[in-house]
Design a protein around this ligand. Structure first.
Ligand code: 7RM
Length: 705
C-alpha cells in the first residue's frame, strides 16, 4: 500500500487527497477489521440483550502464556492472586506481554515508607519496540493512529509501519542534534501523529519526554523546561482548535528566552503560515526527510525514566511526576485491555489531549502496546456543532469512547437529536475520567449516547498512578455497574480508607482518606529533582501507604466512590490545578499584598476558582482595572482555564493565630453555610468573618443585577 502519511507532507494534505485517502483508508480498514476478527458469539459484560450483536469474543490466548494460565481464573481469583502473590501475577504478565531485550531477574523491590519503588529489576527493553516493531512484524498495514483533525471529515490514518518509520526518522533527527539517552525533551504540540512520534522517538533513544499541554502559557512552559533542564523543544508553527489558530511557536519563542538549556527548537508546519525561524530553530519536516527511517532501539533498564509529566500539587510549583519504562507500559496495556474490554480490531477513542496523563496512557502507550487503532482527537466537543463527538463515532466506527464529565455536562444541555442523528452502533464501552461524574451526566451518557446497551465505566486514577486504579471493570461476567461509582480496584490495587487519626477504617459504609497500601507497577517513581518532596507528599501522611490526596466512601457493598480532593487542588474542566499556583500568580501584582483562592462548584466545569483579593490602601488604579490585570496575569503565568471566575475584594483574610489562611471559612462564606463554621478556635480575629460575609452579600447582589 502506498504511504498515506510521510514526513514530507505530515500536516497539510489538500482536501482532494484527503478524500482519496479516506475512501481507500476506509475500505482498507474494513478489510483489516474483518481479517482480525475471530468469529463467535459475544455478550457485553452486562449481558444486555442488545449486545448480542456481532461482537467477537476475545481470542483464546496461546498455551503457555500468562494470559492462557490466568484466563482460566475468574476475575475474583485473579484479583486475589494479584494481591497475595504479586510476584507471580506481575512477573508472568510482564514476561508474556512485553518484549524484553534482557529478561528481568526480580519482579519488584519496593518499600513504600521510604518511597523506593522498583519493578522488573535487571530487565532491559525498549518501549517503542513494544508499541511499534512488534506490531509491524505481524501486521504492518494495520492502522495505528486515526488523526481526527480539527476540520471534520479530514481524518488521516497512519499505519504501524508508517508510524515506526516516522518515529525512527525523528529519533535519528534528535540523535544527530546531540540528544542522548537521559536527556530531557519538551513536546509542546497539539494532538497529532507527530506528537505521538515525538514521544516514541524519545522512547526509542532513551531520551525523557515531557509533554506540556499546548494550552499552557509561555511562562508555564518555561517553568517546566527549566525544571527539567530540557535540551530541545518540539513544537508546531500554529495549532488549530475549534477553528481557531493557536500561536504555538510564538509561545515557545517567548518561553525559551529564559531557558538556556534549550539548544534546539524543532518546528513542524501544521498550517500554511510560515513560522519565523531563529538561530536555535530547525524545520522538523525538512530535517527529518534527510534521516533514515530505521533507527536501532536503545536497550533501556526497566527503571530508566520514560517521561516526566508536570502536575499541580498543593504548593505553587507543579511537580514533575516521573514514570519509568516497563512497569508503566505493562500497567497501561493491562488496564487498557481489561477496563475497556479492548479487543483486536477495535477503534479506541480516548478524547484526551496528549498533554495530560490520560493522553499518555490511553491515547498513546496503552493502546499502542496492545496493537490497537487509537484515535487522536484534535478538536473540541462543540466544533463545528455539538454533534461532533457522535459524528466522529459514526465516521470512524469507534468502539470505545472515553471522555471527561465536563464535556458531557456541556453536551447534555443541547437537544438529544445532536446525538441521535448519528449511528453509534459501533460503540461497545463508554468511559469517564478526570473528575467525579454526576448522576445526570452518567445517565445521559449511558442512555442517550449508549442507548443503554454499553457498559459505562467511571475510571478513577491520577497522573501519579500511571493508569486506572479503580473502575467497574473488570468484574465477574454480568456484574451490574452502579451509576457514577468507580467501584472496584484493578488487579494489584489495594485501597484503604484512613480515618482522622491515621487509622485504617475497617468495614463498609465508611468515608476516609483514600490510600493504596501495596505498590503496583504503574505508580510514579519520583518527583523530578526532588525525591524528598515525593516522599513527603505521598508517603508521609500515612506511613507505609500511598496517599492519593482524594477522599472516598466505601459503600455497604464494598464499592468505592470518590468524594473529591482533600487538599488545595481543584479540578477545572477535568484539569488539575493548585489553588496555590493561582495565588502565586495573583500575588505578583504590586497592588495585591494577599490573596486566597478556593474552588467552588460549577455546573459544567465541575469546579472554578474563586479569588479573594486584598488590595493595598492607596492603589493608583480603580479596582476593576486591577482585577483585569489580575486576569491577564493568570493567563500569562499559567493558562486561560486557570483564571478565577470570581474575584471578591476584601479588607482582610481569615487567619489562624499562626498566620495560616483558613480557606475552609471562605468556602463556607461562598457556599452560604456560615451557620456552621466548624472549629474556629484557632481563628485570630472572628470579626473578619462578618466582614467577608457582608462583602460577599454585596457581590452577589451586584452579580444578580
Ligand atoms: C486521570 C486524571 C487526578 C485527580 C484525582 C481526582 C480526580 C480523576 C476521577 C476523579 C472522581 C474519577 N489524572 N479524578 N478521575 N475524581 N472520579 N473517576 O485525571 O492527575 O489529572 O487528576 O482527578 O481528584 O486525584 S490527574
Amino acid at each position: 500500500m502506498k504511504t498515506m502519511w510521510s514526513p514530507g507532507k505530515l500536516w497539510n494534505k489538500c482536501r482532494i487527497n484527503m478524500a482519496a485517502h479516506r475512501s481507500r483508508g476506509a475500505g482498507f480498514f474494513r478489510t483489516l477489521l474483518s481479517r482480525c476478527r475471530t468469529p463467535g458469539p459475544g455478550l457485553c459484560q452486562q449481558q444486555h440483550r442488545c449486545c448480542l450483536s456481532s461482537v467477537p469474543a476475545p481470542p483464546t490466548p496461546p498455551p503457555g502464556t500468562w494470559s492462557h494460565q490466568l484466563s482460566r481464573l475468574s476475575h475474583r481469583d485473579l484479583y486475589r492472586l494479584s494481591l497475595t502473590d504479586p510476584d507471580r501475577f506481575w512477573g508472568s504478565a510482564a514476561a508474556d506481554r512485553l518484549r524484553w531485550v534482557k529478561p528481568f531477574e526480580r519482579v519488584r523491590d519496593c518499600e513504600l515508607s521510604s518511597g523506593k519503588i522498583s519493578w522488573f529489576l535487571g530487565g532491559k527493553l525498549n518501549v517503542s519496540v513494544n508499541c511499534l516493531d512488534v506490531h509491524v512484524e505481524k501486521h504492518p498495514e494495520r492502522v495505528a493512529l486515526i488523526w481526527e483533525r480539527d476540520e471534520p471529515g479530514t481524518e488521516v490514518k497512519v499505519t504501524y509501519r508508517e508510524l515506526l518509520e516516522t518515529t525512527c526518522r525523528l529519533a535519528n533527527t534528535l540523535k544527530s542534534h546531540g540528544i542522548q539517552k537521559g536527556d530531557r525533551v519538551a513536546i509542546y504540540m497539539p494532538v497529532s501523529p507527530l506528537a505521538v512520534a515525538a514521544m516514541l522517538a524519545c522512547a526509542r533513544i532513551g531520551a525523557v519526554h515531557t509533554v506540556v499541554f499546548a494550552g499552557f502559557s509561555s511562562e508555564a512552559l518555561a517553568g517546566r523546561i527549566q525544571d527539567a533542564q530540557c535540551k530541545a523543544v518540539l513544537t508546531c508553527n500554529q495549532g488549530v482548535r475549534g477553528g481557531r489558530l493557536v500561536h504555538l511557536k510564538a509561545t515557545v519563542d517567548a518561553a525559551v528566552k529564559t531557558c538556556p538549556s534549550v539548544q534546539h527548537v524543532f518546528v513542524s508546519q501544521r498550517t500554511e503560515q510560515p513560522a519565523v525561524m531563529g538561530e536555535r530553530d530547525v524545520s522538523l519536516e525538512e530535517v527529518m526527510s534527510h534521516h533514515a527511517s530505521v533507527c536501532p532501539p536503545e536497550p533501556l533498564d526497566s527503571e530508566d525514566f520514560l517521561f516526566l509529566l508536570y502536575t499541580s500539587g498543593s504548593t505553587g510549583k507543579p511537580k514533575g511526576i516521573v514514570h519509568t519504562q516497563a512497569g508503566y507500559l505493562l500497567y497501561t496495556s493491562l488496564t487498557h485491555q481489561y477496563v475497556f474490554d479492548y479487543r483486536d480490531g477495535d477503534v479506541f477513542g480516548c478524547m484526551a489531549d496528549v498533554g495530560w496523563i490520560t493522553g499518555h496512557s490511553y491515547v498513546v502507550y496503552g493502546p499502542l502496546c496492545n496493537g490497537a487503532t487509537t484515535v487522536l482527537f484534535e478538536s473540541t466537543p462543540v466544533y463545528p456543532d455539538p454533534g461532533r463527538y457522535w459524528e466522529t463515532v459514526e465516521r470512524l466506527r469507534i468502539t470505545q469512547f472515553y471522555g471527561a464529565p465536563t464535556a458531557l455536562r456541556l453536551l447534555l444541555k443541547y437537544d438529544e437529536s445532536w446525538v441521535k442523528k448519528y449511528d453509534r452502533s459501533s460503540l461497545r464501552t463508554l468511559g469517564s475520567v478526570g473528575e467525579p461524574i454526576n448522576h445526570e451526566a452518567w445517565h445521559w451518557f449511558h442512555s442517550v449516547v449508549g442507548d443503554g446497551r454499553c457498559p459505562l465505566v467511571d475510571t478513577w486514577w491520577q497522573t501519579e498512578t500511571g493508569g486506572v486504579c479503580i473502575a467497574p471493570r473488570p468484574a465477574e461476567e454480568g456484574a451490574p455497574i452502579v451509576p457514577a461509582m468507580a467501584m472496584r480496584p484493578f488487579f494489584g490495587i489495594q485501597p484503604v480508607l484512613m480515618g482522622e487519626e491515621g487509622e485504617a477504617l475497617s468495614g463498609d459504609s465508611v468515608s476516609g482518606a483514600l490510600c493504596i497500601s501495596q505498590p503496583w507497577p504503574g505508580m510514579a517513581r519520583s518527583i523530578y529533582g526532588d525525591h524528598q518532596r515525593f516522599i513527603d507528599a505521598y508517603f508521609k501522611p500515612f506511613p507505609g501507604h500511598y496517599f492519593t490526596g482524594d477522599g472516598a466512601y466505601r459503600s455497604e457493598d464494598g464499592y468505592y466512590q470518590i468524594t473529591g480532593r482533600m487538599d488545595d487542588v481543584i479540578n477545572v474542566s477535568g484539569h488539575r490545578l493548585g489553588t496555590a499556583e493561582i495565588e502565586d500568580a495573583l500575588d505578583e501584582h504590586p497592588a495585591v499584598p494577599e490573596t486566597a483562592v478556593i474552588g467552588i462548584p460549577h455546573d459544567i466545569k465541575g469546579e472554578v476558582p474563586f479569588a479573594f483579593v486584598v488590595l493595598k490602601e492607596d492603589v493608583g488604579d480603580a479596582p476593576p482595572v486591577i482585577l483585569q490585570q489580575l486576569r491577564d496575569l493568570v493567563t500569562t503565568k499559567i493558562a486561560k482555564y486557570a483564571v478565577p471566575e470570581h474575584f471578591l475584594v476584601v479588607k482582610r483574610l481569615p487567619k489562624t493565630r499562626s498566620g495560616k489562611i483558613m480557606r475552609r471559612i471562605l468556602r463556607k462564606v461562598v457556599m452560604e453555610t456560615t451557620g456552621d463554621l466548624g472549629d474556629v478556635s484557632t481563628l485570630d480575629d472572628p470579626s473578619v468573618v462578618k466582614e467577608i460575609i457582608e462583602a460577599h452579600e454585596l457581590y452577589r447582589k451586584e452579580k444578580k443585577k
